[in-house]
Design a protein around this ligand. Sequence first.
Ligand code: NAD
Length: 444
Amino acid sequence: MSKLCVVGTGYVGLVTGACFADLGNKVICLDIDEERINKVKQGIMPIYEPGLEQLVAQNIRSGRLSFSSDYQEGLHQADFAFIAVGTPSGVDGEADLQYVRQVAEQIADLVDHPIIVVNKSTVPVGTGDWVADIIKKRRNGRPLDFHVVSNPEFLREGSAINDFMTPDRVVLGSVHRESAALAAQLYAPLRCPVLITDLRTAEMIKYASNAFLATRISFINEIANICDELGADVTEVARGMGLDKRIGLSFLDAGLGWGGSCFPKDVKALAHMAVLHGTQPQLLQAVMDINRNQRRRAVVKLRKALGGLNDKTIGILGLSFKPNTDDIREAPALEIIHLLMNEGANIQAYDPQAMPGVAKIMPAIKLCSDPYQVAEKADALVLATEWNEFKQLDFERIREIMNGLVVLDGRNLWDPDTLRRMGFTYFGVGRGTMINGNNDADGK
Ligand code: NAD
């Protein structure tokens, strides 16, 4: 039984800790946020992730999973220290490594036994070496038997446990292959492909993967915008493309663009790394521009359909950046709400999980108890996040209670013909609804 300390008890750390405990390891999850740790100890999850509460409870009961906000306790006799702290965007788009540095310093100060430091946070290429340097310098000559392994995380919020337990691959990078091989043993029960590389390559695999997925979404969104103007349906275009095995169907859903805690900051950080090293990341720049524009196009569609936005009531369905999570970081819905409010619109919204977080940062929004309250007296209804419960709404009822009949289906979830037959003015994304005869989303 290996002893693991997982530092950072957020989306990645908590899922990682609970899953490794479930695989038979002794795990202690650590966080500087004492309130968070106290709540998890009582079974109150700091995040919404399907299945997590049960998995945590089960493994606490088994005695394999515990929590602490005390580094001394967490790192005591740990064979592995997993770093799973946040790496948000800094001012210029670079990854902010202050939290990773704090962890490295704590390890240097508190550990005196052999340890493998496994980095799960998404960090710029070269950070593994930087972490090793911090630890060495801080030891100031006091020897410590340690090695750094990069183990980028690919889990998706909303299906994180399943993604952890059945990964497509596990990537482990280190200058010390033996340490990478020891870390690989932790994943052996999962029987998945394990790729062992050098440190920098592993770090790059994570950025390249996220940038590629973001590129696919921006690509199909650009195609969607062209479809809008030319009268084609992007949902069928994507299917027609995706059935080609060389292309594949995933990440070809046109919509309001990508958001969340990873793609925006990771694409930005990769572009920043490129510029820093004298390369022009032209494609990445375009991928980000298209994404930004996608939100604005939604606002243009609404403005045109309503003949202006001032004093209009817009109902928003879905606030989290995607379904099955309460994460609102860089959520398209919130950006669209900002744009609409800047033009004088009143917003009423509903989300199955994300409303407590939104209430804290956007007090001017009226939060509703269900989709029908959102539709009540609204001039337009916008679907921003495709939660399951929005798939089968009673549109007869919605037609009766809305003030106007404009529907912007930002995730192409509903059937345009049905809604149009019912009298709604339906807009999807790339479903042949010409908005202005040109593609200028900035134009008013
Ligand atoms: P998060 O914000 O949910 O959690 C980070 C946690 O780290 C917080 O609870 C915070 O209190 C804690 N923390 C910060 N500084 C600390 C310190 N010095 N010591 C102990 N704890 C500290 O972040 P997240 O979404 O879990 O992301 C973590 C990393 O994993 C990021 O680099 C992210 O890019 C990467 N990642 C995230 C996902 C995802 O879906 N969320 C997927 C893959 C990779």
